[in-house]
Design a protein around this ligand. Structure first.
Ligand code: UGA
Length: 460
């Protein structure tokens, strides 16, 4: 019966929509629950597109700082944009979730879904957000999930609200995944490759689609699907990119044996439009808060459905092994690391961020400690973050102090700053002129680098 009702309403809605009756639906206020990097970027960018946005978080200290325009995460353009929208009174911050939800026409959920010990996604924050929304709803509101969630979560969320006696007339559920890279999240939001909107409600799907109208004018495709498809698109996209990285890392390891040039191999592969040049950069493996978590979650979701994703499982295994390669390379040059001093250059999971979650540098630090090396670590912006995890190693405030007196240096993040090694005789301040360039940052033909022994992943 419900299905028939849905089909009839879809039919009438299609007619009304094409006559332009709903396309003008005016959105006055958006609430965003969760001010992590996804929530904060989403809220700020929607404010930038002209909407009135209230961002909510339970962390009072964080909200007070955000109200003053202080952003604790390092994300290019974000602070400037946020301050601009604060002063234009398009962007507000609060800890009063219910008040914000009551004012909103659309509530975005952008809370964390971290990885449980068993590899599944932890749904506690999402459930709490849904309960709060359920209690606060007074008028018809669209609830839109931005967080990366297991397939079936949007439908489960709907059922959860209904089971808490929230009337189905009060809400529509939508899944609208994000494809924001840390370090270029604002750029990615404003220049998307595609917008994905998943809902059973045609009207709600189009309202969310219309939110992005200023971007869609640039001919950016918007894919309207059902929620499970939207959830799958997000996991499959991240997993596919991770597979690309593991694949090129294995080819790099092969090139090391055969003498082929991995940079030329990946460059020429990328010129094939069917392959594409992105995410073909070899290195010490992938890290961050998304790829490892989402690949593991997709593996578990599939397993729960009796499906084995062999390619993805292999990708994760390859990545685990790849993360040990920099220290293995070091051991090829220094037979024992016991009592040596090693500079670790770069701690964040990639350049352009101070985020160290699942950073490959963590594996390197652990292995160096296990082998008894004294570690001098340096990152342009991530020293403080790593200090919380590794309080006992020595942190340096410049490249030069990190290198001083070291037996070797390992480059673990492709920060531009490390190119400085090409500009001066740094070999003179090291005990031994040995560099493991795990991120392929250095141009070995450079004259100052002639004094170094440089070992690269993928190169003989
Ligand atoms: C990733 C996706 O790229 C975003 O589209 C997605 O929205 C986001 O996850 C998320 O799910 O929230 P992010 O984790 O910020 O974004 O970083 P990426 O730029 O994708 O890099 C991930 C890891 O892969 C890094 O460790 C990076 O160094 C590594 N990588 C990337 C490579 O080793 N080679 C490459 O060619 C590209």
């Amino acid at each position: 019966m419900n299905k028939i009702k849905k089909i009839i309403s879809l039919f009438f809605f299609t007619i009304l929509f094409h006559n332009g009756i709903f396309s003008q639906a005016k959105i006055s206020t958006i609430a965003v629950i969760g001010t992590g990097y996804v929530g904060l970027v989403t809220g700020t960018c929607f404010a930038h597109l002209g909407y009135s946005v209230i961002c909510v978080d339970i962390d009072e200290k964080k909200i007070n700082e955000l109200k003053k325009g202080i952003v604790s995460i390092y994300e290019p353009q974000l602070t400037d944009l946020l301050r601009k929208e604060l002063s234009r009174q398009k962007l507000f911050f609060t800890t009063h979730a219910e008040k914000a939800i009551k004012q909103a026409d659309i509530v975005f959920i952008a809370v964390d879904t971290p990885m449980n010990d068993d590899g599944n996604a932890y749904m506690g924050y999402l459930n709490t957000a849904l309960e709060t929304i359920g209690k606060a709803l007074q008028k018809k509101t669209i609830i839109c999930i931005k967080s990366t969630v297991p397939i079936g979560t949007t439908d489960y969320a709907e059922q959860l609200l209904l089971s808490h006696n929230v009337s189905s007339d009060l809400f529509d559920m939508v899944m609208n995944p994000e494809f924001l890279r840390e370090g270029s999240a604002v750029y990615d939001f404003l220049n998307p490759d595609r917008i994905v909107v998943g809902s059973h409600s045609f009207e709600a799907a189009h309202t969310i689609k219309n939110l992005y109208e200023p971007l869609l004018q640039e001919k950016i495709p918007c894919v309207l699907v059902d929620p499970a498809t939207a959830e799958t698109i997000k996991y499959a996209s991240n997993s596919f990119l991770a597979v690309k990285i593991s694949f090129i890392n294995e080819i790099a390891n092969l090139c090391e044996k055969t003498g082929a040039d991995i940079c030329q191999v990946s460059h020429a592969m990328g010129l094939d439009k069917r392959i594409g040049s992105y995410f073909l950069k070899h290195g010490p493996g992938f890290g961050g808060s998304c790829f490892p978590k989402d690949c593991n979650a997709l593996l578990h979701i599939a397993k729960n459905h009796g499906v084995i994703l062999r390619t993805l499982a292999a990708c994760l295994q390859t990545n685990q092994e790849q993360r040990t390669v920099p220290v293995k390379k070091l051991l090829e040059h220094l037979v024992s690391l016991d009592g040596t001093t090693i500079a670790v250059l770069g701690l964040s999971f990639k350049a352009g961020t101070n985020d160290i979650r699942n950073s490959c540098a963590i594996t390197t630090l652990e292995l160096l400690q296990k082998h008894g090396a004294h570690i001098k670590a340096y990152d342009p912006i991530a020293n403080n973050a790593m200090q919380k995890l590794f309080p006992d190693i020595q942190y340096c405030n410049s490249l030069e102090t990190a290198l001083c007196g070291c037996d070797a240096a390992i480059i673990m993040t492709d920060w531009c700053e490390f190119k400085q090694l090409e500009n001066a005789p740094y070999h003179q301040i090291m005990k031994r002129p040995l560099i493991i360039d795990a991120c392929n940052v250095l141009d070995c033909k450079n004259r100052f680098l002639q004094h170094f022994v440089i070992s690269k992943i993928g190169k003989r």
